[in-house]
Design a protein around this ligand. Structure first.
Ligand SMILES: *[C@@H]1O[C@H](CO)[C@@H](O)[C@H](O)[C@H]1NC(C)=O
Ligand SMILES: *[C@@H]1O[C@H](CO)[C@@H](O)[C@H](O)[C@H]1NC(C)=O
Ligand SMILES: *[C@@H]1O[C@H](CO)[C@@H](O)[C@H](O)[C@H]1NC(C)=O
Ligand SMILES: *[C@@H]1O[C@H](CO)[C@@H](O)[C@H](O)[C@H]1NC(C)=O
Ligand SMILES: *[C@@H]1O[C@H](CO)[C@@H](O)[C@H](O)[C@H]1NC(C)=O
Length: 494
């Protein structure tokens, strides 16, 4: 970038333009007139866009973001929120007593406060500092995302203007009522109901739902029951024809092309970039006593699994900290329990468990702990919009093909990593932090791109791609059909 600029012959003009753009940016920042801060719901007056004020055609003007060179900074980024009956979203919240956190019986009501972020963490024993830390429940990602969407700067009520349609269906909260229900028709009933409602809307016709997307705070497999065998897991939502035309963003994607993975929510929901910057520098200076850590519960039925092996090796190593979530007095629901140890560890083990991904991956990144993966489905083939492309730069990969004959020592592998490599990896992990946090939906002045922004960017690009295909007379179903980008299956039984 810089080299290109310096090759320009009109250097006086260039320096003048740079100076002017600095001055103007400064003025806008001081007066809170940044293009990112609009009070009129995203329709920005073009006169407030500093890029417009530069004398053209100057090298500097051209070097500033080319895309914002159009009159409307929201152009190509407008989203329309589809209006659906409250039984698909707000009623689920209102009846939170009936929402459980999985197999345990306590309800979700306490977690709904603060726009779905959960209760603020008060006594943090010095593990967290400042505000913006919450006891966030992962299943509430659907609510958090919806609340963030309400603040999105480029919303429109004119669906014809919208590049994509967000459907505020709380798919995971909805299915949580029925996942353990022995009746197939009960398990699928709200999915069918939802799809008949959405496909009746006028917006459906435009692209047959191929510009529609919704969020799930649960893994995709919960919606991908392949057979009508009662013992098979989940609902059939994603295999029904209308759903097939839509894109689902969930915490764990399946191998179907219309599923995309977005980060699990962590406990950190900053209001502004400065909070992230402070946290990052704190994580850089942490003294890390353990070489590696694993947090989880042993599962007798998973003894011959990677998880079983990992626990065995961690227990057998003096350099490993095992947080046994099943033991008395260890409460892994308390964010302090896990985050404290992740901050004191160099590496954090993330073996597959009930599913391929774990929320713990994101908590450990937040703590500056380098993740160690054992399966590509745990991260590399998942969070394509959020994680760096170069996996070796931020993580350690220990492939396990055959658990029974696995004889490698995790301690040996991790101990063999040179210190400078380790610091470089940690720096890369810390660099990811702003990309994987969901900033507080109530923030009035968002000054960085968070996990939500990257997800929206990803979906906009995807829908634009589909639109291009339709324009070129190609088959738009290409990005929606059968699995290809990574192959693995899921076989939980109810
Ligand atoms: C859309 O319409 C609703 C209800 O009339 C209004 O409250 C909202 O501000 C409008 N949003 C935009 C982006 O114009
Ligand atoms: C899905 O999209 C295709 C066009 O790509 C369309 O022909 C089909 O009718 C759509 N399915 C539904 C259920 O709308
Ligand atoms: C965090 O707290 C410290 C000490 O109270 C304060 O100096 C600092 O400004 C706070 N940082 C943010 C980002 O609010
Ligand atoms: C990926 O990262 C590693 C470690 O930082 C580096 O050695 C390698 O060159 C990178 N690969 C690419 C393709 O950038
Ligand atoms: C692990 O097993 C492989 C063959 O299964 C063998 O070649 C290798 O030497 C073993 N490594 C150790 C450290 O025992």
């Amino acid at each position: 970038m810089e080299k290109k600029l310096f090759r320009n012959t009109c250097s006086t003009e260039l320096w003048f333009a740079i100076f002017i753009s600095f001055a103007i940016t400064w003025i806008f920042l001081c007066f809170d007139y940044s293009p990112f801060h609009s009070s009129n719901n995203g329709v920005l007056a073009s006169s407030l866009n500093p890029n417009r004020l530069l004398v053209k055609p100057s090298a500097a003007a051209r070097s500033v973001d080319l895309e914002s060179d159009t009159a409307d900074p929201c152009s190509g980024r407008y989203l329309f929120i589809q209006d659906i009956p409250s039984r698909f979203n707000s009623d689920l919240i209102r009846n939170c007593q009936s929402l459980t956190r999985g197999t345990d019986k306590s309800d979700m009501c306490p977690y709904l406060v603060n726009s779905g972020l959960g209760p603020e963490i008060e006594d943090s024993q010095g593990v967290f500092f400042n505000n913006s830390w919450f006891k966030t429940n992962q299943f509430l990602l659907e609510v958090i995302f919806h609340n963030k969407m309400k603040q999105y700067k480029c919303l429109t009520n004119d669906s014809a203007m919208a590049s994509a349609v967000y459907v505020p269906f709380y798919a995971g909260l909805d299915i949580s009522h029925y996942l353990w229900n022995p009746s197939i028709s009960v398990r699928d009933s709200s999915a069918r109901d939802f799809l008949s409602v959405i496909s009746e809307k006028p917006e459906w016709k435009r692209m047959f739902g191929r510009d529609h997307f919704f969020i799930a705070g649960r893994i995709s497999w919960d919606f991908r029951r392949k057979t009508d065998d009662v013992s098979d897991w989940g609902s059939k939502l994603r295999f029904l024809p209308e759903s097939h035309n839509m894109t689902m963003l969930s915490v764990e994607a399946s191998s179907w092309k219309n599923d995309f993975a977005i980060p699990y929510p962590t406990y950190f929901h900053p209001l502004k970039l400065s909070e992230v910057v402070e946290w990052k520098s704190l994580m850089r200076t942490k003294r890390r006593r353990h070489l590696f850590t694993f947090a989880g519960a042993p599962r007798p039925e998973l003894r011959d699994s990677i998880r079983g092996m990992v626990i065995e090796q961690c227990r057998g190593s003096s350099l490993c900290k095992f947080i046994d979530c099943s033991s008395d007095g260890v409460n892994c629901d308390d964010p302090v329990t896990t985050m404290k140890e992740f901050q004191s560890s160099i590496f954090c083990l993330q073996p597959v468990g009930d599913s391929y991904t774990r929320r713990s991956t994101f908590d450990s990144i937040l703590a500056g702990c380098i993740p160690v993966f054992f399966h590509p489905g745990s991260a590399y083939s998942q969070y394509l919009w959020h994680f760096p492309e170069n996996r070796t730069a931020y993580s350690v990969y220990i492939p396990v093909r055959d658990v029974k004959n696995w004889n490698e020592s995790i301690e040996g592998i991790l101990n063999g990593i040179p210190k400078d490599r380790e610091s470089a990896m940690r720096e890369e992990v810390i660099r990811i932090i702003p990309r994987i946090v969901y900033a507080d939906p109530r923030s009035k002045f968002m000054d960085f791109e968070d996990a939500f922004d990257l997800a929206v960017k990803g979906i906009l690009e995807r829908v634009e791609d589909v639109r291009r295909k339709i324009r070129d007379g190609k088959d738009p179903s290409e990005g929606f059909d059968d699995p290809d980008h990574f192959k693995y299956t899921f076989s939980r039984k109810i």
